[in-house]
Design a protein around this ligand. Structure first.
Ligand code: SAM
Length: 263
């Protein structure tokens, strides 16, 4: 296990535990088990989100995109971008220095993928980062991934404006992939979201906020949102032909995902 010296939980570490990875420390495991106890849907929600990431990346790679900028990446493991789009160039970005240090060790022998320290809320620092400029060619389409991270950005920092700033330098044919905690209209959905939010704010030092689908749709301004639109994460282009959305599956209510094309 890498990064054993860390004694406080991080979002990446807690995610890693839920996904059955090998890069969490004891503090992550305790935080994850704690959250699982108070919110038993947690592990399924995390898996739905990661499965959405994989399907969306495969889709974008299938559209011919060969380079990805993944902001709020967590660890580059357990079926992450470079693993599901082999042959692509990938820059993973996270604002937790420990997550970046571990990620760089994992990717040390990979010339096509790297991990850099950057903060989603400071787009200029990420877009002009030397390793981003070296690995990614902004003259060609890029897959911009903002997966399970925008819900940490408060309203006053203008999350939609931030997304627009990231899209500005991207060539036509680039794809924007977002997943985000949502606010279901019905009472049962709202209760589930409240439980999820409390678990998040309690286990990792992040302030999580869910947003209604209408507002999240506006994050795709400047792109064409592909069918089926912004939908519960497991419902986005399921690869299993036998998949049928289960209205009784409460974990479907927690995160929505969608993909938009630039140009
Ligand atoms: C919930 S994990 C999601 C990991 C991965 N994107 C996925 O969906 O499986 C969120 C990650 O975003 C990172 N993060 C949170 N706020 C961030 C910010 N402002 N800038 C960069 N990374 C951030 C956390 O450190 C964490 O690793």
């Amino acid at each position: 296990m890498l990064g054993e010296e860390r004694t406080t939980a991080t979002a990446a570490g807690v995610y890693d535990w839920f996904l059955g990875g090998r890069h969490h420390v004891a503090a992550d495991r305790e935080a994850a088990i704690d959250s699982q106890r108070s919110f038993p849907l947690a592990s399924r929600v995390v898996k739905y989100n990661r499965e959405f990431l994989r399907r969306a990346v495969r889709y974008v790679a299938g559209a011919g995109v060969r380079q990805f900028l993944d902001i709020g990446s967590g660890y580059p493991t357990v079926g992450n971008v470079h693993e599901v789009a082999p042959g692509s160039r990938v820059v993973y970005v996270d604002y937790e220095q420990d997550t970046v240090d571990v990620s760089r060790r994992i990717l040390a022998d990979n010339p096509d993928a790297t991990s850099i320290h950057g903060d989603l809320r400071e787009p200029d620092g990420i877009l002009s980062h030397p390793e981003v400029r070296e690995l990614l060619d902004f003259g060609q389409p890029v897959g911009l991934l903002l997966i399970a991270v925008l819900h940490f950005v408060p309203e006053e920092l203008g999350p939609a404006r931030l997304v627009r700033r990231y899209l500005e330098p991207l060539a036509p044919g680039s794809h924007l992939v977002i997943s985000h905690g949502t606010s279901p209209a019905d009472e049962r959905g709202r209760r589930i979201q409240d439980e999820w939010r409390q678990v998040y704010n309690h286990t990792v030092a992040e302030t999580y906020r869910n947003r209604p689908v209408d507002q999240l749709t506006s994050f795709f301004a400047g792109t064409t949102l592909l069918p089926p639109g912004l939908v519960p994460a497991p419902d986005w282009r399921p690869e299993d032909p036998a998949y049928v959305p289960d209205p009784e599956d409460e974990s479907r209510q927690v995160i929505v995902g969608g993909v938009g094309v630039v140009g």
